[in-house]
Design a protein around this ligand. Structure first.
Ligand code: SF4
Length: 362
């Protein structure tokens, strides 16, 4: 006789939309139930996007690590007077962008702290410099926090800032700064960041302006299973309305060098069970998302490979230059060669395919 879990998973495969309670229950599963959920998610992945494992050839450009915020999970940001502060000016940014173009990347991402002197013009200048030096390369940059910060510093509203950023070359926006979209959790881990309501509003504004975004979650610190589901439900609702999310990217909390962990306010990151279930439950719950990306930077290459048989279909970017996870204590985060991605994909019987930021074939 089928057990309740199997019946539920069969229903989902046949089109049942998971409720919040059902998803919370899936997050709590242990033992071999994990494989049942992962297997169902893998079937749904196969039906929705096929067997290809995709990746994008991309490069990060880190602008500055100076930041006015002090998020508890961040091991990257520096305050004035700290050791190791950097700030890349126009010449350096353009040199990095030109190098990225030479490396034949199709995407450049910017990563930056909220510099005390930045305003909307600063972000737009950086985007223009990059587009000048790497013409034709897709610029994936900014996030709702940066948009809100630029708006505040420039006396504009966020829609005006997004419009200016788009004019300056922004091709798509990062759906980071989402962390966990539950204000009680945000107060503990990133009290200065945009609220849930602001994050959602700015994402909706971006989508309405024709700026697609990714969607992320940062999990494995002090959130509950219900918080995770609440977060996923917000993303699903936005996607129902806008269809503006290109993918969902779960980001596993890297705890080692973070103030939150050092102060005993967060656990030591997610376990392997939690990492697999995050991908699998997301695949089952987010029935309006095509792409679920697994971050090899956050999860390591072996767990990333297993996630590809638990609902994920995308390995993210090759990277070249990564400093956010490295700052928090992760290792081997700088570059993953496509030949290694190919080995990972073929080892599980799948084919590696290169894509653009917006999931067109290259
Ligand atoms: S997560 Fe971003 S906003 Fe928060 S402290 Fe780090 S760099 Fe600043």
């Amino acid at each position: 006789m089928k057990n309740n879990l199997r019946i539920l998973l069969e229903d989902v495969k046949n089109g049942h939309r998971l409720s919040d309670e059902e998803a919370s229950d899936l997050f709590m599963k242990r033992n071999r139930d994990i494989w049942e959920i992962a297997g169902a998610a893998d079937e749904v992945r196969e039906d929705r996007v096929g067997d290809a494992v995709t990746y994008v050839r991309n490069q990060n450009i880190n602008v500055t690590n100076l930041c006015v915020n002090a998020c508890g999970f961040c091991g990257f940001s520096k305050k004035p007077g700290d050791e190791g502060i950097y700030f890349h000016d126009k010449t350096e940014i353009q040199k990095k962008a030109a190098l990225a173009k030479e490396r034949k990347v199709t995407e450049i991402c910017t990563v930056s702290g909220l510099h005390p002197d930045f305003d909307a013009k600063s972000y737009c200048d950086i985007y223009r410099w990059i587009c000048e030096s790497a013409p034709g390369v897709h610029l994936h940059a900014s996030n709702p926090m940066e948009v809100a910060y630029a708006a505040r510093k420039s006396g504009m509203n966020t829609k005006e800032v997004l419009t200016l950023m788009k004019e300056a070359g922004l091709g798509s926006m990062c759906g980071t700064a989402a962390e966990i979209l539950v204000d009680a959790v945000r107060k503990k881990i990133c009290p200065q960041k945009v609220s849930t309501e602001e994050w959602v509003r700015i994402i909706r504004e971006a989508h309405a302006l024709g700026i697609p975004t990714t969607a992320t979650i940062m999990y494995g610190h002090c959130e509950t299973d219900e918080d995770r589901v609440h977060h996923l439900a917000i993303l699903r609702e936005i996607q129902d309305e806008t269809r503006g999310f290109t993918e969902f990217v779960p980001l596993s909390f890297i705890h080692m060098n973070t103030p939150l962990f050092r102060a005993g306010k967060a656990r030591a990151g997610a376990t392997g069970r939690e990492d697999l279930l995050m991908v699998a439950v997301a695949r089952l719950f987010l029935d309006n998302f095509k792409n679920i990306q697994v971050s090899w930077v956050k999860e390591g290459i072996k767990m990333a490979q297993l996630s590809l048989v638990a609902g994920a279909n995308d390995l993210g970017g090759t990277m070249f230059e990564e400093s956010i996870s490295k700052g928090a204590g992760a290792i081997n985060t700088d570059y993953l060669d496509p030949s290694e991605m190919q080995r990972i994909a073929e080892d599980i019987g799948r084919t590696l395919k290169r894509r653009t930021t917006l999931y067109e074939p290259v």
